[in-house]
Design a binder for this molecule. Structure first.
Ligand SMILES: Nc1ncnc2c1ncn2[C@@H]1O[C@H](COP(=O)(O)OP(=O)(O)O)[C@@H](O)[C@H]1O
Ligand SMILES: [Mg+2]
Length: 305
């Protein structure tokens, strides 16, 4: 948006897969569960990319892999052209300041026994040892104001706030170190509907101000329309469609995207049921060509089906 165009994307994910070894409770042979399979996308400076799919489709797994909180099994994540896996622990620490996450449940993210101002100040304690106490206090007060909270509340504890206020506290901590990229993993899903728009507006204002990029994760395709320049639709760990928002909503091409939009014309329910059942029984290890994305219009990618 406000950020200047750069030669390389801010975030570049290539062929990312995440496999989990599943152990049987009786000690039988472990199997491999492919939670995310061969996912690639870019995020440009200042852009919001939506990542949408139903529960269990692998959204959070991708979010954690992109931030290296839970690194990928295969594939690469590059930030400003640097493969994150090649960074030394020290360089990765510096990188952590620039890549932040906001989670669905702010109460779980906060420490119930820590004053919220201390929680926000921790970001400075960890990454800015040069800052003095008073400087930190002022910076925290400024952050509280920036996210719409009274700085006098900084001494209070998480249970003394509403859900929306708690998410504002988490956002204050996320922006404390002036990151360039935030993974927002269903950041409003746990909030009252009346509060959701306020938090979305805050995230958008911060984006304009700080030139932030977001990976905005949601299970609700309709919700992300106005928030995201582009949207990727995830189905069983694979991206089945990726397009600029308008194209995706006006001309969804993949059957799963249409289903998510609730816009599937179902002339023959029996045929539709059969088709869905067939899709479900598709072998997990289908040849990768079947899932390869093809560009059907400029910037509009659809998995072969
Ligand atoms: N640590 C783990 N071990 C085994 N399976 C996991 C682990 N974490 C996630 N999964 C599985 O991976 C799939 C994707 O999970 P997740 O990324 O949380 O999906 P989403 O965020 O879209 O709801 C789910 O089937 C989930 O059960
Ligand atoms: Mg999730």
């Amino acid at each position: 948006m406000t950020a200047p165009a750069k030669a390389y994307p801010l975030v570049s994910v290539r062929n990312l897969s995440k496999h989990y070894a599943l152990r049987t409770w009786w000690g039988g042979k472990a199997s491999v569960f492919r939670a995310v399979e061969n996912v690639s996308f870019d995020i440009r400076p200042g852009e919001t990319l939506g990542l949408v799919g139903e529960s269990g489709s692998g959204k959070s797994t991708i979010g954690r892999a992109v931030t290296m909180l839970n690194p990928p099994t295969l594939g690469t994540v590059a930030f400003e052209g640097t493969d994150l896996a090649t960074l030394s622990p020290l360089a990765m620490r510096g990188m952590r300041a620039r890549i932040q996450t906001v989670f669905q449940d702010p109460y779980a993210a906060l420490n119930p026994r820590m004053a919220v101002g201390t929680y926000v100040a921790e970001a400075f304690k960890l990454h800015r040892p040069d800052m003095r106490r008073l400087e930190r206090r002022e910076a925290v007060a400024g952050l509280f104001e920036r996210v719409g909270l009274d700085p006098r509340f900084a001494g209070r504890f998480p249970h003394q706030f509403s859900g929306g206020q708690r998410q504002r506290i988490c956002i204050a901590r996320a922006i404390a170190l002036k990151p360039s990229f935030i993974v927002a993993d269903e950041p409003i899903a746990a909030l009252d509907v009346s509060i959701q728009a306020q938090v979305v507006n805050l995230l958008q204002d911060l984006q304009d101000e700080l030139g932030l990029s977001y990976l905005f994760i949601s299970h609700d395709l309709r919700m992300v329309r106005h928030l995201c320049q582009r949207v990727a639709v995830l189905w069983r760990g694979r991206i089945v469609e990726l397009a600029p928002s308008d194209l995706l909503y006006e001309n969804p091409r993949h059957p799963y995207t249409r289903r998510l939009l609730g816009a599937v014309p179902v002339p023959d329910p029996a045929a539709e049921r059969a088709r869905l059942a067939a899709a479900r029984t598709e072998p997990e290890s289908s040849p990768s060509e079947g899932g390869e994305l093809a560009e059907v219009a400029p910037g509009h990618w659809v998995a072969g089906h």
